[in-house]
Ligand binder design. Structure first.
Ligand code: NAD
Ligand code: ZN
Length: 362
């Protein structure tokens, strides 16, 4: 028995933001975006398209939405824009996740109550929640088709996952031309994040034939197109291929959640400042080796992804792929001195670690 569900309506269009007005209808909207969007002209383009329907713009979203600044933004938005029905998130995973945090009203309008919910305390009703239109400007997180937001609390050394029935985006608008300006380092990290999502949804206890098929296609496409894109960042066709692959990886893990490599990554980002896409991908060869031998179908899929006939050949190809992109697979390169085995045992206890295909004790 299995079930696949994803309620997000996806539109892909190379003609910029032309669908946005139709998707929004007659609703008023708040735009949440990244700082560079103004200079890139995208913020102005949306303002021009929507005219008076655009109630306001929040454009100071920094990488890794952190409770230290989300609180002020949340309270400002619920004071000024309580009656605005829709949020448009234009940006990478940080912007889309930040926007997801803004969707839900709390009884007092204060962020503290949302934080208590994140920490596992209180329930929220979702009555009066805003709708979300997600327009990704990076090809990586898949947040445009998942209900989750990663919320960081760096001061406390914590990371939370926001997930409510109403935090799925209503619509995802995919336009790879918006990704042409993404710098090399973010192109690489976000692309590897997408690869990690694809592989993590395969070696996952929640996998099903649809998620595995989407993940297989995404992984093959990323292995083929990311190295080419890194040599040719202005290539729209390669940007489209990566946007589509990241979307498919997102559709895959929207039903499985992530697993061990992501569970390992959160402390590495918090403690060593390693950007998410690198933190959740440098360990993939190590994790893949642990995934082999638990399920024949998973083994077969992994071997096909890497055109390999046995485990070590697949692992070697993944190592060569990452190292070829300049990403070290040696934990010491990231300042990690603890043994990987010890870290793995800890990560397997985390909520995402428990999704790994087998809670290996061997
Ligand atoms: N919700 C999920 O399911 C999910 C999944 C994976 C990762 N995440 C989270 O997403 C975040 C990472 O997101 P990301 O990799 O998309 O990067 P990001 O959103 O943090 O953006 C990285 C940098 O690129 C800039 N940028 C974004 N788009 C640009 C463009 N078109 N042109 C120029 N600059 C641009 C941003 O301003 C930022 O400085 C992390 O916080 C991670 O935890 C969430
Ligand atoms: Zn990720």
């Amino acid at each position: 028995m299995w079930n696949y569900h994803n309620p997000v309506s996806v539109h892909a269009d190379t003609k910029g933001l032309s669908r946005l007005a139709a998707v929004l209808g007659d609703r008023r909207a708040l735009l949440i975006t990244f700082p560079e969007a103004a200079a890139l002209g995208i913020e102005g383009q949306i303002a021009g398209l929507l005219g008076k329907q655009l109630a306001g713009i929040e454009n100071a979203v920094q990488p890794n939405p952190d409770v230290s600044w989300l609180a002020a933004m949340y309270e400002r938005i619920w004071q000024r824009y309580a009656d605005v029905e829709c949020i448009i998130a234009l940006g990478g995973g940080s912007v889309i996740d930040c926007a997801k945090v803004m969707l839900t009203p709390t009884p007092s309008g204060r962020f503290d109550e949302l934080l208590q919910h994140l920490r596992g305390g209180t329930q929220l009703s979702g009555v009066g929640a805003k709708a979300l239109i997600a327009i990704p400007t990076t090809a990586g997180t898949g947040s445009e088709v998942t209900p989750w937001a990663t919320v960081w609390d760096a001061a406390a050394g914590n990371k939370y996952s926001l997930h409510c029935a109403w935090t799925w985006p209503q619509t995802a608008l995919i336009d790879a031309s918006l990704m042409l300006s993404v710098p090399a380092s973010t192109t690489l990290a976000s692309g590897l994040d997408a690869l990690s999502h694809a592989l993590e949804s395969i070696w996952n206890v929640n996998r099903n034939p649809v998620s595995s098929s989407l993940a297989f296609g995404a992984a093959r496409e990323i292995l083929a197109s990311l190295p080419l894109l890194m040599q040719d960042l202005g290539n729209l066709s390669l940007r489209e291929r990566m946007a589509s692959a990241a979307l498919q990886a997102g559709l895959a893990f929207s039903n499985t959640k992530t697993a061990l490599a992501h569970s390992l990554s959160y402390d590495i980002t918090l403690t060593h400042g390693v950007v998410h896409g690198i933190a959740c991908s440098f360990s993939l060869p190590h994790v893949m080796r642990l995934a082999f031998g638990k399920d024949a179908q998973v083994d077969a899929l992994l071997l096909r992804i890497f055109d390999a006939t046995h485990t070590e050949a697949a692992v070697a190809r993944l190592v060569a792929f990452l190292e070829g992109l300049g990403v070290s697979t040696d934990p010491a390169s990231y300042g990690i001195v603890d043994s990987m085995d010890g870290l793995v045992q800890l990560a397997l206890q985390g909520p995402r670690g428990r999704n790994f295909i087998s809670n290996i004790a061997n």
